[in-house]
Design a protein around this ligand. Structure first.
Ligand SMILES: O=C([O-])C(=O)C[C@H](O)[C@@H](O)C(=O)[O-]
Ligand SMILES: [Mg+2]
Length: 415
């Protein structure tokens, strides 16, 4: 059995005006849907980034994969490396760490190949990753400060969330709708005193929910140490308070709070330095840039060996990604925290049966075979058409923020 055809479909999906330290989410988030078809007709599905660099890499590597045996994942990686000798990162504007293009492309195709393997074997994908160690995977509510609505549009159903009290209401709604048992706040948006107050109010309103905050490196070392000390005993972990390995190590040395990251440890060769410097105690995995589902389980094993915790990162995404995250999380014994997900903010999907439904903040991996999700071709065509017409061709939170506030400047650290 060989790969006969690969189809790549960039899509745009509606997003909300969610704030972070670099600006605000545009009205559409971009993704690429990947279909790998074998010569017997078996179809594997995948989902990856929609940035132009990621898409160009996927398009360049795809022809080199025709003829590949879907079980030969080492050969997949070798062919991707050969097809993309220029390497590089995937983000147009990355000032700091970036995701390695060859890992992103390998991962984007590894998921559909494993979907195919599962279908051929008649087994759910988690069985190809060692079997599930949990029936349901816990996810965290991903809380964002937000504007009421997009430019030129009426307020959305979540309305404006720009104060600590409004954030408590957002959290209540998330927990009421989806049952999430952990809360993550995207920080670095309001001045530090207000974000400390937000976390304290969340603690009062949700006394037993683990809490975390992630300003994406939006604070100076001084600000981060002040905030960390103010929130000791309140947070389960503090994610990427500052930018850079040395700055993270400085903050880590000054607080009892464990630091987590998806910004300074993005590749296997960055783990040793982080451990040597004591910069992080928790690494966020993400199969889209760590090199795939198997690489995510390898990362978890390395973390176990080094005494590091494992959590899971997300970006705005659809159900193929969520299914893949759930399979790998179900098969990761030392996943020590609820996984991040942006999924509820998206609210639409291109998978059959519509969006996957959380129950008490958890998801069971779709039963398979493979990923256990199918494509709704009408919805795929709809969001592919939106990609062509929506006017967003690259994520740029800062440029969109300038439309709300012409004087806005991108500053990291901001506070
Ligand atoms: O944990 C993280 O750093 C993220 O989820 C990255 C995302 O890009 C987030 O900052 C966002 O959606 O604004
Ligand atoms: Mg993060």
């Amino acid at each position: 059995m060989r790969i006969a055809e690969i189809r790549l479909t960039p899509v745009a999906i509606p997003d909300k005006p969610l704030l972070n330290c670099k600006g605000v989410h545009q009205p559409y988030a971009l993704r690429t849907i990947i279909e790998v078809v074998c010569d017997d007709g078996t179809l594997g599905l995948g989902e990856s980034y929609g940035s132009s660099k990621a898409l160009a890499g996927l398009r360049k590597a795809a022809p080199a994969l025709v003829g590949l045996d879907p079980f030969h994942l080492h050969e997949l990686h070798a062919r991707v490396l050969a097809a993309l000798p220029e390497g590089g990162g995937i983000n147009a504007k990355s000032a700091v760490a970036d995701h390695r293009l060859t890992d992103v492309v390998t991962s984007a195709f590894e998921v559909p190949l494993m979907d195919i393997q599962g279908k051929l074997l008649g087994r759910p994908l988690y069985d190809l990753l060692g079997g599930k160690v949990r029936d349901r995977v816990p996810f965290a509510a991903y809380l964002f400060y937000k504007f009421a609505g997009h430019i030129g549009e009426a307020p959305d159903e979540w309305g404006e969330v720009m104060t600590p009290q409004a954030m408590v209401e957002e959290a209540r709604r998330f927990v009421g709708l989806y049952g999430f048992g952990s809360l993550k706040l995207k920080g670095g948006v309001l001045e530090p005193a207000l974000e400390i107050e937000t976390m304290r109010r969340l603690r009062e309103a949700f006394p037993s929910h683990p809490l975390r905050i992630d300003p994406n490196g939006g604070w100076t070392v001084e600000t981060a140490i002040h905030i960390a000390r103010s929130l000791e005993g309140v947070l389960e972990y503090l994610e990427d308070p500052v930018i850079g390995m040395d700055a993270m190590a400085e903050v880590a040395a000054a607080t009892s709070l464990p630091l987590a990251t998806n910004m300074i440890v993005l590749q296997f060769d960055q783990i040793a330095e982080a451990v040597r410097k004591g910069a992080v105690r928790i690494v966020l995995s993400d199969h889209h840039y760590w090199g795939g589902l198997r690489a995510s389980t390898h990362l978890a094993k390395v973390c176990e060996t080094l005494g590091l915790g494992v959590s899971m990162h997300s970006n705005s995404h659809l159900g193929i990604t969520l299914a893949a995250m759930t399979h790998v999380a179900a098969a990761t014994p030392n996943l020590s925290y609820a996984c991040d997900t942006h999924y509820p903010w998206t609210g639409v999907d291109i998978i059959e049966g519509g969006p996957l439904a959380f129950d008490r903040g958890t998801l069971a991996p779709p039963p398979g075979p493979g990923l256990g999700v199918g494509l709704d071709r009408a919805r795929l065509a709809e969001f592919a058409a939106l990609y062509d017409t929506c006017g967003v061709s690259e994520r740029d939170d800062t440029a969109y923020m300038k439309q709300f506030d012409p004087g806005y400047e991108r500053r990291v650290p901001r506070w």
